[in-house]
Design a protein around this ligand. Structure first.
Ligand code: BV8
Ligand code: ZN
Length: 235
């Protein structure tokens, strides 16, 4: 039985946020004083921002994609991958992050509820673009090779509906434990998952260096950096 208190038949729902990538050098949303190169994330991560200035939004995500490509996964990403190895399909990893460090840290199944920096879609015919070559040449605002319409980041902006919510709720309904790592609990519906877990009597655990806004909803809080705390769950 690890510090997580997982038994043989327990099922673990994991939610991660920007904090798990902080030690890989990727800025968090609120750690940077909520500003990205002078922009509030709510200003550039909205459909209105895209309508008003698609080039600015495309540049904002191209900068974040470059940062993500230059970053390396850390011991926290690798610990969750090792936990997946041990638990198989009894572990469901949902991330709010749009970087690919969980995958590069070894996790096989990752649900990006807010989309990914490495996926874009045509605003008209919805064609998806995921190959890296697309990004290398698409410095300026790309257009769809099929229909000529603009291509947008496949990212869930504020006011948009997170991806595969029914899949997330289904896993919350069948889990016995919820582990939340490195998220301030400031954005919904992600910040509300722990309340759903409480209503179902699940064991709820938080890991991070400071209490999240929804701290009162957790049974246990391990205060510390993810790279220090998560590997201890494997022992
Ligand atoms: C929706 C992709 C309907 C973009 C993101 C008023 C009240 C309540 C809600 C609302 C409201 N007005 C509007 C809303 C809804 C809104 C919302 O919640 N707004 C907030 C600002 C109030 N939500 C939405 O619009 C969502 N859609 O509601 O649709 C719906 C609802 C239910 C069901 C169906 C439909 C869509 C929101 C998605 C927006 N996109 N990301 C991009 O990346 O550019 S959000 C983005 O910010 C993240 O993905 C994440 O979700 C969120 C918060 O970021 P965090 O990951 O928590 O990072 P943060 O910096 O905040 O915190 C970092 C944490 O790490 C800290 O706690 C820190 O202590 C910790 N940390 C630091 N170092 C470490 C560490 N932890 C561990 N180790 C370390 N070393
Ligand atoms: Zn198209």
């Amino acid at each position: 039985m690890s510090e997580l208190g997982l038994g043989e038949n327990d099922r673990l729902f994991i939610l991660t946020g920007a904090g798990i990538s902080a030690e890989s050098g990727l800025a968090t949303f609120r750690g940077s004083g909520g500003l990205w190169n002078g922009y509030r994330v709510e200003q550039v991560a909205t459909p209105e921002a895209w309508e008003a200035d698609p080039e600015l939004v495309w540049r904002f995500y191209s900068m974040r994609r470059r940062d993500a490509m230059a970053a390396e996964p850390n011991a926290a990403h690798r610990a969750l991958a090792a936990l997946e190895q041990k638990s198989g399909d009894r572990l469901y990893l949902c991330t709010q992050n749009v970087d690919d460090l969980h995958e590069r840290g070894g996790s096989q199944r990752v649900h990006h509820m807010h989309g990914s920096l490495f996926e874009s879609r045509c605003v008209r015919c919805q064609e998806r673009f995921t190959d890296r070559a697309f990004y290398e040449k698409a410095a300026a605002l790309p257009v769809c090779a099929t229909c000529g319409a603009p291509v947008r980041p496949h990212i869930v902006w504020f006011g948009e509906i997170p991806l595969n919510m029914e899949e997330i709720y289904a896993h919350l309904a069948t889990s016995t434990h919820v582990l939340v790592v490195g998220t301030s609990g400031s954005v919904y519906p992600a910040a509300g998952f722990v309340q759903i877990a409480n209503q179902r009597g699940l064991k709820t655990i938080y890991v991070g260096p400071e209490e999240p806004l929804n701290a009162e909803a957790f049974d246990t809080i391990f205060l510390g950096n993810a790279t220090e705390v998560l590997p201890s769950f494997l022992r």
